[in-house]
Design a protein. Structure first.
Length: 371
């Protein structure tokens, strides 16, 4: 199946998360890979929410390169689409649809890679394993699920994440820690505020402290400095009641050596004992060594393929690598996929068609140079 046909088929599975519904998409990918000789298994983190793992029966004790992609996509958003988001409409060098860039084109290119290797160099198939995840867009749920199971993933020599990078190899990304920060007061009638204690006023002071928050950690050579953003706030129930509670959602993008325990402690010490700080979720940062031999070999083959000088760069978003990296034995990791990062989560999302076969070439070269 040509990569474009594969991508069209993948887009037709409506895997908007929530609810996800990755089951049929996983079954489709699984049957294609089984036809090529892969052994597949699925692991549901919730009913009908499988992560698919495919490995080739090993004739040697080679450690495979793990290729990963997520099958779920984000909602269509609030704006109306001018193209059908699930039909894969083609116009010029663009194919439109939800998940084209983020990141079903990456999955299509990975499947196309093994279809071609099956004919061109079948002995290389055992150098490859796949992890196609469910629930990535809501916090890497499927990836964390399989990473937490004993004897499921095994070790990998390297990890390739097919997220949208326009095929530019990126070698890491920040992690993320999210907290609910809550202030408490005492309700009273708004006509007699002196009888209450206004939790919104307390939140205002908390916001100023968070805006000025000092991480007190040196900038990371690849990932730069950590950041903090208050992304949501809710306080009070009615205009005529003194609010007794205000809750803020705080998103912190982290660099290596920052732990959620230490961050929670320093937030608590800055905000004081009356403010509650509750951890919601966390994913770790990824920073491959730019001098690593495998990373260097990918850089040089991508320089030949893209005909540009590859510089050391990282991604703004986090990926399933946060969940998979440790379980796979902390292999060197790159993000490399045909999608456009700027198209992810957008209305009328598209992917450049020419980039998809370019990704197939890149993936094949990555596997071949490892022989
Ligand atoms: Zn993605």
């Amino acid at each position: 199946m040509e990569s474009l046909t594969l991508l069209k088929k993948l887009i037709s599975f409506q895997t908007i998360n929530p609810p996800g519904n990755e089951y049929e998409c996983a079954a489709f990918i699984g049957s294609l890979l089984e036809n090529l000789g892969f052994q597949t298994s699925t692991y549901d983190f919730a009913p009908q929410r499988p992560t698919l793992i495919a490995k080739f029966p090993l004739s040697s004790n080679k450690t495979p390169i793990c290729f990963t992609g997520h099958m779920d996509v984000v909602s269509l958003g609030e704006l109306a689409w001018t193209k059908n988001p699930f039909s894969g409409k083609i116009k010029g060098d663009k194919i439109y649809g939800r998940g084209t860039s983020d990141m079903k084109a990456g999955i299509a290119a990975m499947i196309r890679m093994v279809q071609r290797l099956h004919i061109e160099a079948p002995s290389l198939l055992e150098n490859i394993m796949f992890v196609f995840t469910a629930g990535e867009e809501t916090g890497c749920e499927g990836a964390y699920h399989v990473a937490g199971l004993d004897n499921v993933l095994g070790k990998a020599k390297a990890l390739v994440v097919g997220e949208p990078t326009s095929n530019y190899p990126l070698i890491g990304h920040k992690g993320c820690v999210r907290f609910d920060v809550t202030t408490f007061g005492k309700a009273a009638h708004a006509s007699m505020p002196e009888l209450g204690d206004n939790a919104v006023y307390k939140a205002a002071r908390v916001i100023q402290k968070l805006e000025a928050f000092d991480f007190n950690i040196p900038s990371h050579p690849l990932l730069g400095e950590p950041t903090l953003c208050i992304g949501r706030i809710s306080g009070g129930t009615n205009i005529n009641i003194v609010p007794n509670r205000t809750c803020m959602g705080v998103d912190i993008r982290t660099i290596p050596n920052q732990t959620h325990e230490a961050l929670k402690k320093s937030l608590e010490s800055v905000l004081g004992p009356d403010v509650d700080v509750t951890l919601l979720e966390q994913v770790k940062s990824i920073a491959s060594d730019p001098e690593d031999k495998w990373v260097q070999s990918v850089f040089s083959l991508m320089e030949q393929l893209l005909k540009i000088k590859i510089e050391v760069k990282t991604a703004p978003y986090f990926t399933d690598a946060s969940a998979l990296h440790e379980a796979l034995g902390e292999p060197p990791t790159i993000l490399l996929g045909p999608g456009e990062a700027g198209m992810a989560h957008k209305t009328d999302e598209f992917c450049y068609i020419s980039k998809i076969d370019e990704a197939v070439e890149a993936y094949i070269k990555i596997v071949k140079q490892d022989r």
